[in-house]
Design a protein around this ligand. Structure first.
Ligand SMILES: C[S@@+](CC[C@H](N)C(=O)[O-])C[C@H]1O[C@@H](n2cnc3c(N)ncnc32)[C@H](O)[C@@H]1O
Length: 436
């Protein structure tokens, strides 16, 4: 040890420096992966390679989550996505997690929707990693700003029509203190304008563009859930697109295209392997879950349990903190069905038979597809598949989970009060039963 001190000292490095250098040596690394707009087919081969070699994945909800099944069995999956109207992990905390795990020698994949550097905060993550001495690489992704319009038959440039396109954030309206966009200049630029994160502010954006000289009849289109089975497109003009979008009930994520190309509607379809474009999807598949579903099941379970935890003030719900291996192991304990729509896992249910009763432990419905009757549809599928001697279906949900309670009531379940031998009360839950 003293010899190395001398050598280090001669080179102008103290023992403390040497120890410090050793202590902070980073053996892990971070890869930012752009996952594209949501269809697993639009993840690049480099992105897939990164997932296959990941020790830890920090994922957002707009990434193609079915690709998580490609991760190694022992992977640690961390949900840092924003739940609409709910919880979000701060960027500061995401940066810390990237650095902490990389410093533990792990390959950390930061899995995002679209491209990491298009409103993806990828630059901030690169800066955080670089500042901590963590090697970082980037796998670009197919950005929704181009891919979304494309699947609606809209090219963002077209020879003879427009020679440029501008991608702009609409997360704050024109004139807002936080807005740095010169909308008046855009109104005259002659570019296709592609607005991300702008559904809520579409009316004020269009009003500003028209007030700045853009013709009110300029073609516009809004594409929601691009490349997902629920994709929908609404078309109009700068004068009416906001009203049409609202009337159609389109919700984020959505892309607005403003400019002459928005009048085009090329007859293009998704590649054969991609999910159905039909609204509502016609390709439901219900089947018993397999270990290859575990990654998506974990994601679905977490997003649903988080909502339930928020509803019921109980972040201590154990299932919220399960890992991939536990979810896979549970498949042997609980009978689990998954409902896929166009290849995407949209709902799942776990059931356990108790004598002749059918006790459903957990119904999970993809958050981004809520309100489409999927939960009820799944319950009906399960009831149809239950053995003939099942006389009563019972399930429980969080006492304050009003959405679930409405869902189960619509499916014919009634809430149980008082004692029940087969179905004892559980704190913060309500019990529901239905006979047949
Ligand atoms: C935070 S930005 C991230 C953009 C992403 N990095 C990209 O390159 O596509 C999120 C916004 O992207 C758009 N977006 C992302 N995926 C989408 C999809 N599948 N369909 C429609 N819009 C999408 C929406 O405007 C959404 O509000």
């Amino acid at each position: 040890m003293s010899g190395s001190v001398g050598e280090a000292g001669m080179a102008g490095v103290t023992e403390a420096d040497a120890v410090e250098e050793h202590a902070t040596e980073v053996t892990g690394r971070v890869t930012l992966v752009g996952g594209g707009p949501g269809d697993p087919g639009l993840l690049t081969l480099a992105g897939l390679d990164a997932l296959r070699g990941a020790d830890v994945v920090l994922y957002d909800h707009l990434a193609p989550l079915s690709c998580l099944r490609e991760c190694p069995a022992g992977v640690l999956l961390i949900d840092v996505g924003k739940i609409p109207g709910g919880r979000a992990t701060s960027q500061q905390r995401i940066n810390e997690l990237l650095v902490e795990h990389a410093r533990s020698g792990r390959h950390v994949v930061r899995f995002k929707g679209g491209d990491p550097f298009v409103f993806g905060r990828g630059g901030e993550e690169v800066i955080a990693c670089a500042g901590a001495g963590v090697p970082v690489s980037v796998v670009p992704g197919v950005t929704s700003s181009v891919a979304g319009p494309a699947l609606a038959g809209i090219p963002v440039t077209h020879r003879g029509v427009v020679q440029a396109f501008t991608v702009v954030s609409g997360h704050v309206p024109p004139g807002h203190a936080a807005s740095t966009t010169n909308w008046a200049a855009l109104a005259h630029a002659g570019h296709t304008i592609v607005v991300l994160m702008g559904v809520a502010n579409l009316a004020s954006i269009c009003a500003e563009l028209v007030a700045s000289g853009m013709p009110a009849g300029t073609p516009c289109a809004v594409i929601a859930d691009a490349w997902l089975p629920t994709m929908r497109t609404v078309r109009g003009t700068a004068a009416d697109i906001a009203d049409r979008t609202m009337a159609a009930g389109l919700r984020p994520p959505a892309i607005a295209v403003i400019g002459a190309v928005a009048a085009l509607e090329f007859d293009v379809s998704a590649p054969v392997a991609a999910p159905s474009r039909a609204a509502g999807g016609q390709t439901d598949e219900l089947r018993a879950a397999t270990p290859s579903d575990a990654g998506e099941l974990l994601v679905l379970q977490r997003s649903c349990w988080v909502q339930e935890a928020v509803d019921n003030d109980s972040l201590a719900i154990p299932a919220l903190h399960e890992d991939l291996a536990t979810v896979a192991a549970d498949l042997a304990v609980w009978q689990t069905w998954v409902l896929r729509r166009g290849g995407r896992l949209v709902a799942a249910v776990r059931a356990r038979q108790v004598q002749t009763d059918w006790q459903i432990g957990r119904l999970m419905v993809a958050a981004d597809l809520g309100g489409q009757g999927l939960g009820r549809q799944l319950l009906q599928h399960i009831e149809a598949q239950a053995p003939a001697d099942v006389t009563r279906f019972a399930l429980f949900t969080g006492a304050k989970s009003h959405r679930n309670r409405r869902l189960y009531a619509a499916a014919g379940y009634t809430e149980l009060t008082g004692d029940d031998d087969l179905f004892p009360p559980v704190p913060i839950t309500v019990r529901l039963v239905k006979g047949r």
